[in-house]
Design a protein around this ligand. Structure first.
Ligand code: ATP
Ligand code: MG
Length: 441
């Protein structure tokens, strides 16, 4: 059953019990835009205890007082009583909420396009905040006084950029001015909440516009300030006709596939993050170099992602992608074993994509990319790293005691195997014996 039908059923039961029940916020906006709503929210005149009495399986959400989550045929729908938010002291959430009218409930929402209601039965839209006109004009406007609304909840700053980027809406002038003024309020928002909005901006197909807006609005200063140093960071024009590191990165973000995964988007954003601190101008010609920017960049990416509380699996994917991005320039010189090990990295496919847009946004070279594609095809019939021909057990059989030498010896056999020089266990054991005696002798 579609989510909408599940929400409709819940709304009908509320109406049948004599309460008013309206679809609210994002789901109304998305339907009017012809988009698939991610989730449905119902605003109702029923108080939370009355909602709970009507839907015995439902749960109250701890974080938001009086918001009930009801389950219907596999879908979760938030049901919240019409409310007015009390004063905000900490810039994050209201001190109190008072149950009130639909009109007041619209006023507490963040942007006019998010302040619409819809009668579930008829689809009639109820607009107390001018949201329909703004939807039509593709305009994002804060409800009420923008400055006050951002001061109440600093996360709205990022939500504004997110909606503007994902929907391709312009931010209304006063709202944008208030975002610029209120940008430092992001410092009061938890890294986790910032991370979630930041990620939504990065994975959206219009990620370049989103990142540029974060920079221009002053918000990036409070998310990844290191990234601002890429602006005006000059590069050798023969390799980078497109301009500075910032421009290079922005073009890459735009060149990614619309559905690029988060890890790849983060890796693109951060791949040259250490170019500014690593920039040197050597010899008389003043040649610009960025020696070590891959390794330093990996360290910086690690620190940035941990600061933003990205989970380990994201950090563990992005950091090696940054660390290895320059190795793509050497793949044609690598020996087969080294190449196979390089290509066996869990993030290799995403790194290929990073390399494609890295070249595409600068020198336009495609030779390493095509070389790797051909190699991937050539190696496709068997695993890149096949099952080992020998193990530590064989070394013990040869009379060796376990230690750091084991890894070296087994790696040496693996190299022969990857190069295609040793293909069976017997030869592998003979080779190991030879190596072991040669080095112990
Ligand atoms: P999404 O597509 O991400 O679900 P959404 O607009 O539905 O976007 P939700 O977080 O699901 O966003 O919130 C639902 C509604 O609650 C919003 O449309 C808005 O009316 C209101 N809302 C959410 N967060 C805030 C906030 N920080 N300040 C004010 N109103 C908010
Ligand atoms: Mg929603």
């Amino acid at each position: 059953m579609p989510a909408r039908d599940a929400a409709l059923e819940l709304a009908r039961r509320l109406t049948a019990a004599g309460y008013e029940a309206l679809f609210a916020g994002g789901c109304v906006r998305d339907r009017l835009l012809g988009l698939q709503p991610k989730d449905y929210d119902i605003a109702t005149s029923a108080r939370p205890d009355q909602v709970l009495a009507l839907f015995p399986g439902a749960n109250e959400v701890g974080a938001h007082f009086g918001v009930v989550i009801a389950k219907c045929r596999g879908h979760h729908v938030e049901i919240a009583t019409f409310r007015t938010d009390g004063s905000y002291k900490d810039g994050r959430r209201p001190e109190t909420v008072t149950f009130s009218t639909p009109e007041e409930d619209a006023q507490r929402r963040d942007f006019t396009i998010n302040g619409l209601f819809e009668r579930p039965e008829t689809g009639e839209v109820i607009d107390y905040v001018g949201g329909l006109a703004d939807l039509k004009a593709k305009r994002l406007r804060a409800i009420g006084e923008p400055h006050q609304r951002f001061t109440e909840d600093g996360l709205r700053l990022l939500r504004a950029v997110r909606f503007s980027a994902t929907l391709d809406f312009d931010i209304e002038e006063k709202t944008l001015a208030a975002i610029r003024e209120c940008a430092p309020l992001l410092e009061r928002i938890s890294p986790e909440r910032i991370r979630d909005e930041f990620s939504k901006i990065l994975v959206s197909p219009r990620r370049r516009a989103g990142v540029e807006l974060l920079v221009e609005s002053g918000l990036m200063q409070h998310i990844v300030p290191e990234f601002l140093k890429t602006i005006d960071c000059e590069q050798p024009p023969e390799w980078h006709p497109e301009g500075d590191v910032y421009m290079h990165t922005c073009i890459m973000l735009e060149m990614l596939e619309p559905d690029a995964p988060l890890e790849l988007c983060l890796a693109v954003l951060l791949h040259d993050i250490a170019k500014p601190p690593c920039q040197t101008f050597d010899d008389e010609a003043g040649r610009i170099r960025f020696n070590g920017h891959d390794a330093v960049g990996a360290e910086m990416a690690d620190a940035i992602l941990r600061r933003l509380r990205y989970p380990n699996d994201v950090v563990d994917a992005v950091v090696p992608m940054v660390a290895r991005h320059m190795q793509f320039m050497n793949v044609q010189q690598m020996r087969t074993a080294k190449l196979k090990r390089f290509m066996a990295a869990p993030t290799f496919d995403e790194e290929m994509e990073l390399h494609r847009v890295d070249c595409g946004s600068s020198n336009g070279f495609t030779d390493n990319y095509e070389f790797l594609q051909a190699k991937a095809e050539e190696f496709a019939s068997e695993p890149l790293i096949p099952a080992p021909l020998a193990t530590g057990r064989d070394l013990i059989q040869l009379g060796l005691t376990p230690g750091p030498r084991f890894k070296e010896l087994l790696e040496a056999v693996q190299t022969e195997q990857l190069e295609g020089r040793i293909l069976d266990r017997e030869t592998a054991l003979g080779y190991l014996k030879e190596l072991a005696t040669a080095t112990t002798a």
